[in-house]
Write a protein that binds this ligand. Sequence first.
Ligand SMILES: NC(=O)c1ccc[n+]([C@@H]2O[C@H](COP(=O)([O-])OP(=O)(O)OC[C@H]3O[C@@H](n4cnc5c(N)ncnc54)[C@H](O)[C@@H]3O)[C@@H](O)[C@H]2O)c1
Length: 324
Amino acid sequence: MSKSIQNILVVGAGLMGSGIAQVFAANGYKTTVADLKQEFVDKAMKKIDSDIAEMKEEGLADDAYGAAVKENLTGILNSQIPEVAGQMDLVVEVIFENKDAKKELYQTLSDNCKEDCIFASNTSGMDIFSLTDDFMKRPERMIITHWFNPPHLMKLVEVVKGPKTSDETAETIRALLEKCGKEPAVLNKFMPGFIVNRMATAICRELYYMVEQGWASPQDLENAMKNTNGLRWGFEGPLGLWDFVGLNIPATVAADVIPTLCSGGNNIPYVDRLIAEGKTGVRAGEGGLGKYPADIDAFIRKRNKRILTMYKVLEGFAKEDEQE
Ligand SMILES: NC(=O)c1ccc[n+]([C@@H]2O[C@H](COP(=O)([O-])OP(=O)(O)OC[C@H]3O[C@@H](n4cnc5c(N)ncnc54)[C@H](O)[C@@H]3O)[C@@H](O)[C@H]2O)c1
C-alpha cells in the first residue's frame, strides 16, 4: 500500500538538493526548494537550467521536460519553511552533513508538517533515526533516500529504513522514485555505508592492502578493475557474473582467497598516509593514482561527458530489456 504524493519540499539547494528538486519537478510533482540565502536559491536555479540545457543537447530531455521543471519548481528561503510545511506530503532533507543543523531542521519540520508527511534524508551516513528519535512525532514516516551525484542522471537511490519506518513509507518512497525513472534499492536496516559505499570500502581496502603488501601497483590494480568490471557492471553486477560463471567455480576460488584477504583494523593505513601528505585526490592535484592535471574543470567536464555517454548506453540496454 502506498500513499499519494503531490507536494514535495526539498530543503537544501546545493549540489544534491538542486538535482533532486529538478527530478521531482520534471516528473510533475509540485516541488519547493529551500535554502538559507536567496543567492543559494538563485545559484541552484541556474545550475538546473544548465543541466537541462546539457540534457537537451545530449538528447536526454525534450522541451516538455524543461517546461515541467519551470511550471512545478519554486524556490524559497528556509525562513519560509514553517509557512509552507503544512502543505507538504514529502520533505527531502539535503542540507549540510552536520548533526546540529539537521536536528534543528527536523525539529522545525516535526512542529510544522502535517501528520502524514514523510521525511526523507539524503544523509551520506548519519543515523538520522536515533538523531531525531526523541522528538519526531511520527518516526514511522522517517526514511533515508541516498541519491548519487549527479542526481538527475544517476539511477540508483538507496532507500534505508530505520527501526520504526513503516512498510507503507518505504513502499510510497519506492513507488515515487520509480515513477521518477529511478531504480531504488531498499536496505531494511541502517548499516554504515549503506550498500554502495560499503562495497566501495571493501574493494578499496583490499586494493590498497595489495599495494601495501607490494603485490601490485595502484595503476595496474585500477586497470584490472576497469578492464573487467568496467565492461560488465552496467548490465551485469557481481552476483549476476557469479551466476553466469556457475557458483561452484567462484566458491572454490573463494575458499583459497578468503584466508588471505585483508581483515581487522578500522582504517586503511596506505590511504591515511596519502592524506597526511596532502595527496587527497583530483582536487589536490595528486591522489592514490598519482598526479592529476592542473585544469580540474577540464578533468571534471571530460568525466561528466563520459557519465553521459555511459548513461545513454545503459538507457539503450534498459529499452532492450523492456522490449523482451
Ligand atoms: N555531494 C555528494 O556527492 C553527496 C552524495 C550523496 C549524499 N550527499 C549528502 O547530501 C547532503 C547535501 O550535500 P551537498 O553535496 O548537496 O552539499 P552542499 O553544500 O552542496 O549543499 C547543502 C545546501 O544546504 C543548505 N543548507 C544548510 N542548512 C540549511 C537549512 N537549515 N535550511 C535550508 N538550507 C540549508 C546550504 O546553504 C547548501 O546550499 C549532505 O547530507 C551530504 O552528505 C552528498
